[in-house]
Design a protein around this ligand. Structure first.
Ligand SMILES: [Zn+2]
Ligand SMILES: [Zn+2]
Length: 378
């Protein structure tokens, strides 16, 4: 990882120990795997934040990092990379709870589950698939998708209670949203089971959403797909996932998986597209202009005199745009000389005539082949 550790945690170089701890905690909560199930991007950020914290929370490592950057850590065996989420729990678990020890992971996790600490459960992320053709991604594409998701209940405005009634303070936790439990030597706080951390309970639930504050709905959303996307690309549409249950935080995100359709003519190789076009022997030998499909309609391509079967002709910038701003790809036309399977009498007569001439005037390739054949039998 080469990203700046301070930048990663949103800190300045003057950050105090306390600020570093606080910043890491915030990132860890945001990207916690339990909150972002199946989201590999969040998992990576979760690991990166742990690595940054590991360095910046250690005075020795931090001093070296400040002076020499990432290179300075190499002499100390490098920054500790975290391949495994469990490792992070076992190393930093005590940061969030009591005194470390065996139960570090669970203390850590229960901290995340609590909402009293300022983190409220987000709505779930959703996934959808978009199938596109190569032509679709030549330019930025716009699509309207119909998404089934949870939206705020309109009857109770997400409050969860019947119009005219209001939520009551939770008796179990006194409205704090957390309860304290002792586990061994430590007193740990967990999410209140009665109100799920909201701090309020509903005696008279809204009959439209049964008190959840949200209802399943079908929603059309517009998405823009950048030109040049590839098969398997995953796009995140922020905030277009489910709204959370009553008392929750932000809405989840919508993840779009891009799937590219097979193309009738084109094969894609990175940003280039390749197509195969049959030409006749006469076209190859004499040269000609042929009509070729391109991603932007038909184009005329000139086949030079003496083109060999299998030769590639390059049409500059007729491929796909590059997502990262590199030059646009090309189109490659592989010309294949076709041998006719059926001949009219006239064709047969002409080709026979051609053959008679070629007996005395063989081409270079054939010539050397016959030479080699002669030597072989000698
Ligand atoms: Zn409702
Ligand atoms: Zn409660």
């Amino acid at each position: 990882m080469a990203t700046d550790y301070y930048e990663l945690l949103g800190l300045t170089r003057e950050a105090t120990e306390g600020e570093i701890k606080k910043a890491y905690r915030k990132k860890a909560l945001e990207f916690h795997p339990d909150k972002n199930p199946g989201d590999t991007d969040a998992e990576r950020k979760f690991k990166e934040a742990a690595e940054a914290y590991d360095v910046l929370s250690d005075a020795d490592k931090r001093a070296r990092y400040d002076r020499y950057g990432h290179a300075g850590l190499r002499d100390m065996g490098g920054a500790r990379g975290f391949d495994n989420v469990e490792d992070i729990f076992s190393v930093f678990g005590d940061l969030f709870g009591g005194g470390g020890g065996g139960g570090g992971g669970s203390i850590f996790e229960s901290m995340f589950a609590s909402s009293g600490g300022g983190t409220r459960a987000r709505g779930e992320n959703l996934r959808a698939e978009i199938v596109l053709s190569l032509e679709d991604v030549v330019d930025e594409a716009q699509r309207t998708l119909e998404i089934k998701r949870f939206e705020t209940c309109s009857k109770c405005s997400g409050e969860g209670c019947k119009p005219g009634s209001s939520p009551q303070r939770c008796q179990t936790c006194g409205g704090v949203g957390q309860v304290q439990q002792s586990r061994g030597f430590f007193a740990i706080r967990t999410t209140c089971p009665s109100c799920r951390g909201v701090g309020e309970v509903i005696d008279d639930p809204c009959d439209s959403c049964s008190g959840e504050g949200r209802r399943p709905a079908s929603k059309e959303i517009e998405v823009r797909i950048p030109a040049g996307v590839e098969n398997g690309t995953r796009m995140r549409v922020s905030g277009e996932g489910n709204v959370p249950q009553r008392g929750g935080g932000a809405a989840g995100d919508l993840y779009l998986d891009i799937r590219m359709k097979e193309h009738e003519f084109f094969e894609r190789v990175e940003d280039d597209v390749i197509c195969e076009v049959p030409i006749s022997y006469a076209q190859a030998a004499l040269g000609s202009t042929i009509e070729v499909p391109s991603l932007r309609g038909k184009v005329d391509v000139s086949v030079p005199q003496g083109t060999q079967s299998g030769e590639m002709l390059r049409l500059k910038k007729q491929g796909l745009p590059n997502l990262n701003g590199y030059p646009q790809g090309d189109q490659l036309v592989r010309v294949v000389v076709e041998v006719p399977k059926k001949l009219s009498d006239e064709q047969a007569a002409l080709i026979t005539q051609l053959a008679e001439i070629e007996d005395t005037q063989v081409g270079t390739k054939r010539h050397s082949f016959f030479e080699r054949l002669k030597r072989y039998f000698e």
